[in-house]
Design a protein around this ligand. Structure first.
Ligand code: FES
Length: 131
């Protein structure tokens, strides 16, 4: 059975090594177990290319699977699509809100999305296409 949500915590050089995203993944696991949310699968991502906005966490929501069509044209793409939400500058304090609002109640947390990149000189390394 496919899980409803996949949570991908970035563990790239900025998010993982500099900002210790492993503690975010541990907190997600702890809260998911405590909240009994079996429809969520935890995964790792190597880098999203948005390092200056890290730590980044992507939540993927699987699309409801309709019954397969009886006949499919050969040219029709067989995509599985779904919604994706990227959370930026995620802290341990934010994880509980993502779990309770997005993963448990299905309401993405807007205030944690598309936060601006950190200013240069903050010890951040590269990427985000704004250098
Ligand atoms: S290391 Fe996380 S986005 Fe690059």
């Amino acid at each position: 059975m496919e899980r409803k949500y996949k949570v991908r915590v970035c563990r790239g050089p900025s998010c993982g090594d500099e900002r210790h995203s492993s503690s975010l993944a541990e907190e997600f696991r702890r809260l998911l177990a405590a909240g009994d949310l079996p429809d969520v699968e935890m995964q790792w991502q190597s880098c999203y290319g948005r390092c200056r906005r890290g730590p980044n966490v992507l939540v993927l929501e699987a699309r409801e699977q309709a019954a397969p069509p009886k006949f499919v044209l050969a040219t029709q793409p067989l995509t599985r699509g779904g919604k994706a939400t990227m959370y930026n500058h995620v802290t341990i304090a934010d994880v509980g809100e993502i779990v309770s609002e997005h993963l448990a109640a299905g309401r993405p947390v807007r205030r944690l999305m598309e936060r601006p990149p950190r200013q240069s000189g903050s010890g951040d390394s590269k990427k985000d296409g704004e250098e």
